[in-house]
Design a protein around this ligand. Structure first.
Ligand SMILES: N[C@@H](CCC(=O)N[C@@H](CS)C(=O)NCC(=O)O)C(=O)O
Length: 221
């Protein structure tokens, strides 16, 4: 087995890489690094990624980090099942959606939820609410995309879906906590957004989806 993926449970960046490998039908070894035990900060891991983050992919003598770069690498190295489209047009659409998801929805999620989980709410309520409202607008946009097609960049699954799904799953998981102190119009996610609900179900029906599911979410369930 040539590919090893170092991942963190619940890390949306790790999850997207694992989904891509499942869709591509690749064999890989998933090695979990526990954030709570400082396993991303060991000298061994920092030699793989000096930023002390996951995911990191090791394929033979290549070590690569940053999830988007990993997705692009997997596509070049293992093109049999494409996840970046079949022609220039599809590729452009997929990259556009990926960038939109990452730069707007992903950013709003990180900015809105980060301070809450770091216990940094006091004095920042208005700012957090602004990010959560921005997040809601982004979710509205995604619902519109999914009203038009089964996946976010057309009717075939792509890297854009693998980028989006783990963020939606995270939003769904953290929403009950967010709604304790903030106005969260996107709760419950699947009830408010039927097209997103259908999309999530399609991803969850993928072969190998279970292997990508964050282990500690399962334990907590
Ligand atoms: N831009 C990076 C983000 C990776 C990232 O932020 N990973 C987080 C987990 S979601 C991490 O490893 N944090 C290290 C830690 O919390 O110890 C990517 O796309 O791979």
């Amino acid at each position: 087995m040539a590919i090893t993926c170092y991942f963190g449970s619940g890390s949306p960046f790790s999850w997207r890489v694992m989904l891509a490998m499942e869709v591509k039908g690749l064999e890989y070894k998933a090695v979990e690094l526990h954030f709570s035990k400082g396993e991303t900060k060991t000298p061994e891991h920092m030699a793989r990624n000096p930023r002390a983050k996951v995911p990191v992919l090791v394929d033979g003598d290549l070590t690569i980090y940053e999830s988007t770069a990993i997705l692009a690498y997997l596509e070049r190295a293992y093109p049999d099942v494409p996840v970046f489209g079949h022609d220039n047009r599809e590729a452009a659409q997929i990259w556009q959606r990926m960038a939109e998801v990452e730069n707007y929805l992903g950013q709003a999620l990180t900015s809105g939820v980060g301070p809450i989980f770091r216990g940094e709410i006091k004095g920042h309520e208005a700012e957090i609410q602004k990010h959560l409202s921005r997040l809601e607008s982004e979710i509205d946009l995604v619902e519109g995309w999914l009203a038009e097609s089964d996946f976010v960049a057309g009717d075939r699954i792509s890297a854009a879906d693998m980028t989006l799904y783990p963020l939606l799953a995270l939003i769904e998981r953290v929403s009950p906590r967010l709604k304790e102190g903030f106005e969260v119009g996107f709760f419950p996610l699947r009830k408010q957004y039927p097209h997103i609900a259908g999309f999530m179900k399609r991803i969850e029906a993928l072969d190998g989806y279970d292997r990508t599911y964050p282990p500690h979410w399962r334990e907590a369930a």
